[in-house]
Design a protein around this ligand. Structure first.
Ligand code: HEC
Length: 121
């Protein structure tokens, strides 16, 4: 599996506050929280467990809509590192996040605090 190939290890305990800081790099394009809307990128509430391309009313690339990826910690770790490898042809341009396992675990802990939007998925 791709996620295994980049060495993401499960079991690292994440810190929500540090995850919020880590999400600052995503927040220019993505929103989370009760008032989250689709912006340049789709809203990311309830992300872990969501199918790719699943936010209601967001204009995804065809590649993302058809990818059949389910967002788990493993697929997200791989996607954040190399979006184009996980969903070839998708339109998220992102790199240089200073990827490491602890930072990812923090990000996931933060993302898990946001339940799905009632209207989404
Ligand atoms: C420069 C803007 C930008 C930044 C910064 C960015 N993204 Fe994205 N992201 C996008 C766009 C645009 C898409 C839609 C891709 C498509 O439809 O092909 C997307 C899609 C996604 C998706 C798929 C969502 C879904 O509903 O399937 C995830 C997950 C995601 N981004 C996570 C992140 C995370 C986590 C970060 C920060 C580490 C981040 N993104 C940073 C623009 C960005």
């Amino acid at each position: 599996m791709l996620a295994a190939a980049i060495g993401y290890a499960q079991g690292v305990v994440g810190d929500v506050a540090a995850g919020k800081a880590a999400f600052a790099a995503c927040a220019s394009c993505h929103q989370v929280g009760a008032s989250a809307r689709n912006a340049f990128g789709p809203q990311l509430n309830g992300l872990i467990g969501r199918r790719a391309g699943g936010a209601a009313d967001y204009n995804y690339s065809l590649a993302m809509r058809q990818s059949q990826v389910i967002w788990s910690e493993q697929t997200l770790a791989a996607f954040i590192k190399r979006p184009d490898l996980v969903v070839p042809g998708n339109k998220m341009r992102f790199s240089g996040w200073g990827y490491d396992e602890k930072k990812l675990a923090n990000l996931f802990a933060y993302l898990r605090t946001f339940p799905p939007n009632p209207a989404a998925n």
